[in-house]
Design a protein around this ligand. Structure first.
Ligand code: ADP
Length: 471
């Protein structure tokens, strides 16, 4: 009531006064007091009406403003309607802000889901798609705009998924074939649904192709290792039983012991190579600031190679014809950045292969060349049997052999080139294999310029030459 009642009362009093005044002015000034009272009352009545009309007009203006969808141009009102309009404007502004903040939060959440590396699909209580991110679009072939409110069960027709979805047991995930899967590039997806809200569901799809491949590789690896160890073990057990049960001549006994030693040695090589691989996988990358002298590396390779060649060809008429880079070349070769032991093992593996697969009398040539762009190339070229091109791409796989029996006969484990590849990867170097069946092979290693430092050992040339002569 308050101010509003006062204003009504004031306007009625003013009306009454005006009515009385008009009556006395224009009417009969000598009229009775009763007539004057009636005039004042009529004035008050008319003033009340006018006040009511003005008040209703203001209320109408406020209402029509509220009815507009555009709420910015609020009417300029006084009194109670003015206050109502101000308060409503404030309240509306707050509501709009709250809605905007809510929208912003929703957009942020959707952006986060969009940035997820996994496919995300939001489903309503009827299993219809409400939203999905781009990864899910790709994984399932959805269209985020077109497929909104489409039933998930109708869109994903994979029988495995249909059975999983129909069973409604989402306590475990389903691993299914991805839509982009091809025989040469299989894609495996792990899909799981999670409930949230009132009957809604969230579908998460994770690409597990790499994981599955790693798991398959691990299984193959274990099977290969078991096979590689079981073969010499079986032979050893056989010989042990023979020695235990048969009365053998000393000569025959020694022959058997020799064969047993060979098998034990084979197992030892295998274990050593496995340990080398696991060390490479588990150790930090070699430093790029540790410099290894190329001439020292080559010197050690040469010493090892000559020893191995002598051993391999000791019963043959002719040894291998070995050739190594001359001291002058090595003196200019400088240094290579990396782990000395790893580089040595990689080079030795390539050299050992060349000697093991090249028959006695064959040629093996080792070269080191610094290229004009600053990179350097180490190569081992042999005149051995060569390799059919169809095998080349798989040679560095663990336990891959072109000729299983030949590899075993020469003491191979099938891990040599896998170790080489691993070492080279760790040094930013590339392995090249060129081979022609019947003519020989060349295994080369190219180090990037960033790993080569030339010039610091040039002064060692005379000392190197002397060292060579002495060797
Ligand atoms: P392995 O221990 O069997 O030699 P590697 O990984 O060192 O295993 O080599 C893989 C295969 O590559 C070998 O089994 C062999 O068939 C082939 N190979 C490697 N080096 C040569 C070479 N210099 N000449 C011919 N074949 C080679």
């Amino acid at each position: 009531m308050g101010w509003r009642g006062f204003r009504l009362l004031a306007s009625q009093m003013a009306g009454a006064l005006l009515g009385w005044w008009l009556w006395t002015w224009f009417g009969d000034a000598r009229a009775s007091a009763a007539a004057q009272g009636v005039a004042a009352l009529s004035g008050a009545f008319v003033a009340g009406w006018i006040w009511w009309l003005a008040d209703s007009w203001n209320a109408m203006r406020l209402l029509s403003w509220l009815r507009q969808s555009e709420l910015t141009n609020a009417p300029d009102l006084n009194g109670i309607w003015g206050e109502a309009s101000v308060r409503m404007r404030r309240w509306l502004r707050q509501s709009v802000q709250q809605v905007q903040q809510g929208d912003q939060r929703l957009n942020d959440i959707l952006s986060a889901l969009q940035a997820s590396p996994n496919g995300v699909v939001l489903l309503d209580a009827e299993g219809r798609i409400e939203w999905c991110n781009q990864i899910a679009e790709r994984q399932f072939g959805f269209d985020a705009q077109r497929d909104v409110l489409q039933s998930l069960g109708n869109l994903v027709r994979d029988p495995e998924f249909s059975a999983y979805y129909a069973a409604q047991d989402f306590s475990r995930d389903l691993v299914m074939q991805g839509r982009e899967s091809t025989p040469s590039r299989p894609v495996r997806l792990s899909v799981q649904l999670y409930g949230y809200g009132e009957g809604r569901k969230l579908l998460l799809a994770r690409d597990v192709t790499a994981l599955e491949q790693a798991e398959a590789m691990r299984r193959d690896f274990v099977a290969n290792v078991s096979h590689e160890i079981r073969t010499p073990l079986t032979v050893l057990v056989g010989f042990v039983e023979t020695l235990q049960t048969l009365p053998l001549e000393p000569e025959e006994r020694n022959r058997y012991l020799g064969l047993m030693a060979q098998q034990a040695e084979r197992m030892q090589h295998l274990v050593e190579d496995l340990l080398a691989l696991s060390r490479l996988e588990g150790s930090p990358l070699p430093s790029a600031n540790e410099w290894v002298s190329v001439s020292h590396l080559m010197q050690r390779c040469e010493n090892e190679a000559r020893g191995l060649s002598a051993m391999l060809t000791r019963k043959q008429a002719q040894p291998h014809a070995l050739s190594f880079p001359p001291a002058d070349v090595l003196a200019e070769a400088g240094e290579v950045a990396g782990a000395s032991a790893e580089l040595q093992s990689a080079f030795s593996n390539l050299l050992a292969n060349a000697m093991r697969y090249t028959p006695a009398g064959g040629r093996i040539e080792v070269t080191w060349q610094t290229q004009p762009d600053g990179s350097a190339r180490f190569a081992v070229k042999d005149s051995g049997p060569g390799i059919d091109p169809k095998h080349l791409a798989r040679l560095t796989e663990r336990f891959y052999r072109v000729d299983r029996s030949r590899s075993r006969d020469t003491g191979g484990t099938g891990l040599g080139l896998a170790i080489v590849k691993h070492v080279l990867q760790r040094h930013g170097a590339k392995l090249g294999i060129a081979s022609t069946p019947g003519q020989g092979s060349e295994f080369s290693v190219t180090f990037p310029a960033s790993r080569i430092r030339v010039g610091t050992v040039a002064a060692q040339a005379p000392a190197l030459r002397a060292e060579r002569r002495a060797a």
